[in-house]
Design a protein around this ligand. Structure first.
Ligand code: PLP
Length: 394
């Protein structure tokens, strides 16, 4: 094992679950047999292959039951980035004369960049604006989703703010215009109850590592299954997953993914997560007057708080809280010091966006951790606030 420090010591507080989650021990245990004893290739026709294949189909059924869909509608892949790209490339390859794609300004980069990459294929990309509370503007959608639109892609919930999007209404607008409706459902899974049929979604993507499952695992949902999928299949290879996702399947990953689906929180657990989030917000607003919770008046995921802290830039606060993992933007953007494009799209100023942190909990987060986090944050904030004010006065 490379010489890296462990992040499991008790004083360590992990509050970045929208970036990724810790694997449940049960998930690790569920994967182990498929590395060692049931290691066959599910495409092989011999006994080892048939055992792996039977297991894989059992896992597909488990996940389908959890999502209330049919197994033939689910295709295993490596995660949501792959699934989102897959949809856009399939659309680009189609002879659909409606060559306009509509996405929102706050989609994950794997949607925004995949959409932008289609420019050269003659696709027109239209970006829907965002209301100040973090929801996609339905007025703009009514105007911009028109008869030329072939594909609309909107997320179920935003990874930075946790704001839940009006997906049902947007799918209806897409279908009324004769367009295909894709949904990046990554952040909604395991955090809010939803039903793919009643939302009238044509395709959706899910990611294992956001639900305490293994990294590099995920799912593409196609309402039509593979047989009547309306666009050409963009990947070529051995025909696995009915040609939707060729390549030897990751059977141990799928075992872990199915276990993570089995362990998705029930409604009382989600209510507990929501109550903990509310408590955290109340404590935070009381401890640091002037905090502003982004998207506070919109429906939000129960585990996410995105808040602007007065005076102190988020990166400075974070650097001074070495045992706390929070985010100052989407984890997928970190490394580059960009102001969050999500907050910008909500009309939040650069200065406020730079002072914003995202805190995202999970079923593993405890009250004790939240209390300790607020205490550490408040102490550091007081110190930097004083420095800022002295600097400001000098
Ligand atoms: N979509 C959303 C909304 C996400 O939050 C993420 C991950 O941050 C992704 C897509 C990408 O998922 P994956 O890591 O499975 O590629």
């Amino acid at each position: 094992m490379p010489d890296v420090p462990s992040v499991t010591s008790p004083e360590f507080i992990y509050l970045d679950n929208n970036a990724t989650t810790a694997l449940f021990p049960e998930v690790v245990a569920a994967m182990a047999p498929y590395w060692q004893s049931v290691y066959g290739n599910p495409s092989s026709s011999h006994y080892a292959g048939r055992c792996a294949n039977r297991a894989m189909e059992t896992f597909r059924k488990t996940i389908a039951d959890t999502l209330n869909v049919k197994p033939f509608q689910l295709f295993f892949n490596s995660g949501a980035t792959e699934g989102n790209n897959w949809i856009f490339h399939a659309f680009a390859a189609s002879d659909n004369p409606k060559k306009k794609v509509v996405v929102s300004a706050i989609e994950h980069k794997s949607v925004l960049k995949a959409a932008q990459a289609l420019d050269s294929a003659g696709v027109e990309v239209t970006i829907l604006p965002i209301e100040s509370n973090g929801t996609v503007s339905l007025d703009a959608a009514r105007e911009l989703i028109d008869g030329n639109t072939g594909l609309v892609s909107i997320q179920l919930a935003n990874n930075e703010t946790g704001v839940i999007q009006p997906v049902r209404e947007l799918a209806e607008l897409a279908h009324r215009a004769g367009a295909f409706f894709h949904c990046d459902a990554v952040q909604g899974l395991g955090k809010i109850p939803f039903d793919l049929y009643s939302l009238d979604i044509d395709s959706a993507v899910f990611s294992g590592h956001k639900i305490h499952g293994p990294k590099g695992t995920g799912l593409l949902y196609l309402k039509s299954g593979s047989a009547s999928f309306p666009f050409p299949l963009p990947l070529h290879g051995g025909g696995q997953e009915q040609g939707i996702r060729p390549g030897t399947v990751n059977i141990s990953g799928i075992a872990g993914l199915a276990k993570a689906f089995e362990m998705l929180p029930d409604e009382p657990t989600l209510a507990r997560i929501g109550a903990l989030r509310d408590r955290m917000e109340t404590l935070l607003l009381a401890a640091i007057p002037g905090c502003v919770v982004h998207g506070a008046d919109a429906p939000r995921l129960p585990n996410t708080v995105n808040v602007a802290i007065p005076f102190v830039p988020a990166d400075i606060l974070m650097a001074n809280l070495p045992l706390v993992c929070i985010s100052d933007g989407s984890a997928c953007n970190s490394g580059a010091f960009d102001i969050s494009y999500v907050l910008k799209a909500m009309g939040i100023s650069s200065s406020e966006a730079r002072r914003s942190i995202r805190i995202s909990t999970s079923v593993l987060t405890t009250e004790l951790e939240i209390d300790s986090f607020i205490e550490q944050l408040t102490t550091k904030h007081k110190k930097f606030e004083t420095i800022t004010q002295i600097d400001g006065n000098s």
